[in-house]
Every structure is written in structure tokens, then in C-alpha cells.
Design a protein around this ligand. Structure first.
Ligand code: AMP
Length: 428
């Protein structure tokens, strides 16, 4: 086939009918668990002011530096297709007066996000995330519960071999000391770092720990660890989160070099992945952490909070790999066959009657051959077929055929639904 003139933009994809079952299952499972844990759903606009992310995610992060779909509106405002969900939810929290609600406020969301990234397997420019935020409480219990909910959702979706990577990157008190130590360590290794990391070591040094380049990873493996620089309060916080995880039997690895690509994190950071390849590091399925300084960046008011975000496309891929059953199709209980234009109109009316009775009907309204329609009913394994021809339509009757026995009987049209219900009941 010749290349089509119009295709989806690079890195974006159609979610086709056969994909929808997976996406629906992810949504339904997330909703069920969030409902259970007392989270309310929130939806924020796809567009937000560019500055919201510059201030919160951070100027020297990949998202803000390279990945934002940012543009000027006709009115001259700088807006962006949202690259992530936490900053918008925090904005909504302040804008809608949730500060004065009982704390913590627990919110969850689902929707599309946009990042101008280099497309590759599992990395899109438009992708979906669901996520959750607990705003207004600093208790490590909520860090733990965020991870537990995430773990439970993924487990309910039959994703196997899950593992949580966790670390603490400290807070404003202790992170400075760590950054100094890291800077000192990297001072005479700059030339061996990749170009990005050479820049990062000046603008956002923690991001060097995040680099995927093998030569940088090699250097990083010798670097000082955040854990050794935590202040008392951050150390205790991490300890409590880990104790909770152990209590709840959530498998985790303490990863001293895990930082996350966004500036607003404090204390706990985590990612979830599957351990499918022996030892091999996987793309993360989800990530999150605590962000006690985000409120200050957005509204000038510090409010403790933590949350997580899950990549739906990556989850769907895992579900496909694991052959997870997502079928929800309810099979039809009756087949409606018609011959001729008057019968077709009558068939439409009867179809509505079945719908009102909450019964599922199969039909082939675009075919007039009775033989074809009966063969179709047979193929679908439907035993009761309602047949209406010209004569039946005029006389207000219908034929009901039992496909198994081949027996046919005539009944008044107003009795069709009642009669079919009775027959199905007798058959079961
Ligand atoms: P982040 O918001 O970067 O913490 O990402 C959270 C999760 O979203 C990741 O673990 C991925 O599963 C997913 N994700 C992030 N970026 C992309 C992308 N470009 N394409 C598909 N999924 C993504």
C-alpha cells in the first residue's frame, strides 16, 4: 500500500477498538482501588500555563528543557500540553480552596500527557497516565500507602515480578550537603561524563545519577550515596516507610542512586518495574515520591504531599505480554432475523423492546437472506431466533425458531420479549 498522506504525528498512536479493552480494564481497576482507599477523581485541563511546570518541575530538567509542547495562544499567553499530572493537581488544590478541607486531600486522575521525547518502544509523545496525590500530610504512612495502592493495582492487572526501587533524596536541609559531596566527587571526572551530564553537573547535579549512558553509570556506581547524607528527620522518614513496606510484604530494593527527573521531590522517591530479565534494568512502569516543596513553588505555601504516576501504555504492553484476559463481551441472547423492508422496520422496533428489557440482541440488518441470517445465528451459538418476514410484519406476528431442534412457532409480536425470556429460562 502506498504511504498514506495523513498519519498520526510522530510518537502518537490510535487506540483501536481491540486496544480499548485493555485501557478500560486499567481504568476500571485503578478506579476500584482508589475508591476503596478513599481517593476522589479529579480532571484538570490538558493545557496549563507554561510557567506552572517551569517553576515546579524545574527549569533544568529534561521535561522543561526539551520535552514541552509549549506555545503562545492567540491572546498571547504561554501554555503547554501538560507533560505530567502532579503540578496541575497541586495547582487545582490551591485554586479550589482544598487547603481548607479536612487534610489530607486524596485525589486521583487519569488522562493523556505529552512530552516531546525521542520515540522508541514504550516511549511516546502522547501517552496516558493515571496517578494519585495525597496532599496535606507528612506522615510516612502515606508514602507507604501510595506504593501499596500502586502495587495492588498492578498486581490486580496480573503484572508479574513487580519490584519497587526506593530511595530518599533528603530535603532542603540535607540535600545541599549531598550535592556538595557529589560535586566534589565528579570534579576530576567531568571529561569522562557524557555531554548531557557535563552540563547537568553544573545546572542540576542530582540528574547525573539518573543518566542511562553506560560510561556515566560506571562513574556513578562509585559516587557518594544520598543515604549517607540524610538528616535525622529524613533518615527516620525513610526508615518508617521501609518498615511499613516490610510489614505489608511489598518487595523492594533500596537503590541509593535513584533520583527522579523532576525538581519537586523531597525525601522518598520510588519507581516500580518488573524483574523479567535476569538482572537487567527495565523501563519503569510507574514512579513517584514525596514533594513537600511543590506547594511553595506553586502557591508560596509549603504543604506536605506525596504521589505516584503510572504509564498506561507500558502497563497495557505488559498485560499483552502476559496474555491477560480482558474480554468483557456479553454474548447475545437472541438473534433477530428479518426479510424485506417492512420487516426491517419492525425489527428495529423489536430491538428497542429487547434493549428496554436489558437483553442483548444479535442481528444482520444489512442482509436479507434468511439462510445467511440463520447461519450467522448458528455461528454465534444463539438458540432462539426471531424471524419476521413481510407476512409476519403485516399480521403483527413473529416466528420463533429453536435452532437446536429446528422447531418453529408463531406468536403475537407483543409477546416476543416475554416468550424469549421464558424459553431462555427453561433452557438454563
Ligand atoms: P514520570 O511522570 O516521568 O514519573 O513517569 C511515570 C510513568 O509514566 C513512567 O514510569 C512511565 O511508565 C510513564 N511514561 C513516562 N513518560 C512516558 C512516555 N514518553 N511514553 C510512555 N510512557 C511514559
Amino acid at each position: 500500500m502506498a504511504k498514506l498522506k495523513f498519519q498520526t504525528p510522530t510518537g502518537m498512536h490510535d487506540i483501536l477498538p481491540e486496544d480499548q479493552l485493555y485501557y478500560q480494564k486499567v481504568f476500571d481497576t485503578a478506579k476500584k482501588l482508589f475508591d476503596y482507599y478513599g481517593y476522589s477523581r479529579i480532571e484538570t485541563p490538558i493545557l496549563e500555563s507554561t510557567d506552572l511546570f517551569v517553576r515546579s518541575v524545574g527549569e533544568n530538567t529534561d521535561i522543561v528543557e526539551k520535552e514541552m509542547y509549549s506555545f503562545k495562544t492567540k491572546g498571547g499567553d504561554m501554555v503547554v500540553l501538560r507533560p505530567e499530572g502532579t503540578a496541575p493537581v497541586m495547582r487545582a488544590y490551591f485554586q479550589n480552596g482544598m487547603v481548607s478541607m479536612p487534610q489530607p486531600v486524596k485525589l486521583w486522575y487519569y488522562g493523556p500527557f505529552f512530552r516531546y521525547e525521542r520515540p522508541q518502544a514504550g516511549r511516546y509523545r502522547q501517552f496516558h497516565q493515571f496517578g494519585a496525590e495525597v496532599i496535606g500530610d507528612s506522615d510516612p504512612l502515606f508514602d507507604m500507602q501510595t506504593i501499596v495502592i500502586l502495587y495492588n493495582i498492578l498486581e490486580d492487572l496480573k503484572i508479574k515480578n513487580l519490584i519497587v526501587r526506593i530511595n530518599s533524596i533528603g530535603d532542603e536541609t540535607c540535600r545541599g550537603e549531598y550535592k556538595k559531596a557529589l560535586s566534589k566527587f565528579l570534579r576530576n571526572k567531568k571529561n569522562d561524563l557524557c555531554r548531557d551530564c557535563q552540563k547537568r553537573s553544573k545546572t542540576n547535579i542530582l540528574r547525573v545519577l539518573d543518566c542511562k549512558e553506560p560510561k556515566c553509570r560506571e562513574i556513578i556506581s562509585q559516587a557518594p550515596q544520598t543515604m549517607d547524607y540524610l538528616c535525622e528527620s529524613c533518615k527516620n522518614h525513610l526508615k518508617e516507610v521501609l518498615e511499613y513496606l516490610e510489614e505489608l510484604k511489598i518487595p523492594y530494593i533500596l537503590d541509593p542512586f535513584l533520583v527522579r527527573g523532576l525538581d519537586y521531590y523531597t525525601k522518598t522517591v520510588f519507581e516500580v518495574e518488573t524483574q523479567d530479565n535476569e538482572g537487567g534494568r527495565q523501563e519503569s512502569l510507574a514512579g513517584g515520591g514525596r514533594y513537600d516543596i511543590l506547594g511553595k513553588a506553586i502557591a508560596g505555601e509549603a504543604v506536605p504531599a506525596c504521589g505516584m504516576a503510572v504509564g498506561v501504555e507500558r502497563i497495557v504492553q505488559k498485560m499483552r505480554d502476559n496474555n491477560v484476559d480482558v474480554s468483557t463481551k456479553r454474548s447475545a441472547e437472541v438473534f433477530l432475523a428479518q426479510i424485506g423492508p417492512i420487516a426491517k422496520k419492525r425489527g428495529m422496533v423489536i430491538m428497542e423492546e429487547f434493549r428496554r428489557a436489558n437483553m442483548k440482541v444479535a442481528e444482520c440488518f444489512n442482509k436479507d437472506s434468511l439462510k445467511y441470517q440463520l447461519a450467522k445465528a448458528n455461528k454465534l451459538g444463539i438458540n432462539n431466533v426471531v424471524i419476521i418476514g413481510q407476512k409476519e410484519a403485516i399480521q403483527n406476528i413473529a416466528i420463533i425458531r429453536n435452532m437446536e431442534t429446528g422447531k418453529q412457532s408463531e406468536i403475537p409480536q407483543e409477546d416476543i420479549v416475554k416468550e424469549i425470556k421464558k424459553r431462555i429460562k427453561e433452557e438454563n
